[in-house]
Design a protein around this ligand. Structure first.
Ligand code: SF4
Ligand code: SF4
Length: 373
C-alpha cells in the first residue's frame, strides 16, 4: 500500500465519474460540481458536464459525467475543444460492480474501467471490499495506475429525491487525497461546510480523505476472465437499405443483446423450490428467462440487467435471490449444473445467497404464518 498518489500538476486535470443510471445520476453531478467549485477556491476555472446523450432512463445503465479544471481560462478552453475527454487523470466509480467493465449505451462495447485513465492516473472506487478483491474483478491492467478504495457500499441516493448517504463527501475527500494540488483538503472542507452547514458532511470529507486506501496496480494485475465485447457500428453509407435492426428469428436469442454490465446484483434461482408458475418469464422486461426441459425457468445472464423484478414477482419465498454481482466471475447459465448435480448446486446456492434451500413455501403462506420463515 502506498500513501501518496498525487498526479504531478499540469495544465489541467480531468475527472470522470462513472455511475449507474437514474439512482446515481445526482450523486455524479454533485461530485463533478464539487470538484469545480472546490478548485475555484484555489483560483482555477473549471466546468462540469455529462457525456452527450447520457441520460439513461433505466436503473443500472452505466453512464459518465466529467469535471475539467485548468490553470487558467485559456487552458480550460483548450481542454474543452474536445467532444469528450478520451483520457482522464482520475476515474471515479461510485459503484464497485462497475469495475467489471462499462458499456455505456452499448456504443463502445464493454470497456475496462481503467480504459480512459491515463498511465499513472488514479481509479477511485467506493467499496466495502479490499483493494485486492477489487483488482481480482478488474480487467488485467495494460498500464500502471493507482487504485483508491473509498470505504462504503454502492450508493442508491436517488434522482428526484436525493437521500444523501455522504458518498459524495467521502469521494470528495478521496479526490483531495489523490489530487491535492487541485483540490486541497481545506478548500474541499470549506466548500462542503459552506454548502451544507453540516459538520457531519465535513467530517465525511475528512473520513474519505483519511480512510481511502491507495494501492499501486502494475500492468498484468487483474483478471483476464471478462468477455471482450465490441460492436461494429454501421456508418451512414454502409447501412443496408430498408433494414436498420435485424429481427430476431423465432426461437433464437439475439447474440448482440448483452446488457449484463448494467448489473449491481444478479438473480439466483432455487430450482428445488420453483413451482414453475412462469411469473418470472412473463414479467422480466428483458425476456431473460428460458424454459428448460424440466419446465423450470433459468436466467440468461448475458441479457439480464439485474433489475430485480423477477425476485419481486416470484411467489415462492427466496426462490429467486438477488446477489451482489461482484460475487460472480462468469455469465454462464446454471440450470444444467443443477440438473447434473443438485446437491452441489444447492450447496453453491446456499453459499452464494446466504439462504438455505428450504421446502417450498409461498410468500403468502409465509406471511400468513406470521413471519418470514
Ligand atoms: S433481474 Fe430478473 S427481471 Fe430483471 S432483467 Fe434480470 S432476469 Fe429479468
Ligand atoms: S417466478 Fe419463481 S416459482 Fe415462478 S417459475 Fe419463476 S422462479 Fe419458478
Amino acid at each position: 500500500m502506498t500513501t501518496q498518489a498525487a498526479p504531478a500538476k499540469t495544465t489541467d486535470i480531468t475527472v470522470e465519474v462513472v455511475y449507474r443510471g437514474i439512482f446515481q445520476k445526482t450523486l455524479a453531478q454533485r461530485i463533478c460540481r464539487g470538484v469545480v467549485l472546490a478548485a475555484r477556491r484555489s483560483g482555477h476555472p473549471g466546468t462540469a458536464f455529462a457525456r452527450y446523450g447520457d441520460s439513461p432512463e433505466r436503473n443500472g445503465v452505466p453512464a459518465k459525467q466529467f469535471a475539467v479544471v485548468a490553470v487558467d481560462d485559456t487552458q480550460l478552453e483548450a481542454s474543452m475543444a474536445r467532444y469528450e475527454p478520451s483520457i482522464v487523470d482520475v476515474t471515479v466509480a461510485v459503484d464497485d460492480t462497475l469495475v467489471k467493465g462499462v458499456e455505456s449505451w452499448a456504443w463502445y462495447g464493454r470497456q475496462p474501467i481503467w480504459k480512459p485513465t491515463k498511465p499513472g492516473g488514479v481509479v477511485i472506487v467506493t467499496s466495502d471490499r479490499t483493494a485486492d478483491e477489487i483488482i481480482a474483478q478488474t480487467d488485467k491492467a495494460e498500464k500502471p495506475y493507482t487504485l483508491a478504495v473509498v470505504p462504503g457500499g454502492a450508493s442508491f441516493a436517488g434522482l428526484w429525491v436525493y437521500k444523501d448517504d455522504h458518498t459524495d463527501w467521502r469521494v470528495m475527500g478521496a479526490l483531495a487525497k489523490v489530487a491535492p494540488e487541485w483540490l486541497p483538503l481545506e478548500h474541499v472542507k470549506a466548500l462542503v461546510r459552506e454548502q451544507t452547514k453540516d459538520e457531519g458532511a465535513v467530517a465525511s470529507v475528512q473520513f474519505g480523505h483519511d480512510a481511502t486506501v491507495l494501492r499501486e496496480v502494475k500492468p498484468g494485475e487483474g483478471t483476464s476472465g471478462h468477455e471482450v465485447l465490441q460492436f461494429e457500428k454501421p456508418g451512414w453509407t454502409t447501412m443496408r437499405p430498408g433494414i436498420v435492426v435485424d429481427a430476431r428469428k423465432p426461437g433464437e436469442r439475439n447474440p448482440f443483446y448483452k446488457k449484463y454490465s448494467a448489473r449491481t446484483q444478479r438473480p439466483v434461482v432455487n430450482f428445488d423450490t420453483c413451482i414453475k408458475c412462469t411469473m418470472c418469464w412473463l414479467d422480466c422486461p428483458d425476456e431473460c428467462f428460458e424454459v428448460t426441459p424440466t419446465g423450470h425457468y433459468e436466467v440468461v445472464y448475458e441479457a439480464c440487467i439485474g433489475c430485480g423484478i423477477c425476485a419481486q414477482v416470484c411467489p415462492v419465498k427466496d426462490c429467486i435471490v438477488m446477489v451482489d454481482e461482484l460475487k460472480f466471475e462468469k455469465n454462464d447459465n446454471v440450470w444444467q449444473r443443477w440438473q447434473s448435480d443438485r446437491e452441489s448446486y444447492n450447496r453453491w446456492f446456499e453459499a452464494t445467497t446466504g439462504v438455505s434451500v428450504a421446502p417450498p413455501k409461498t410468500k403468502a403462506a409465509a406471511a400468513a404464518a406470521g413471519g418470514d420463515d
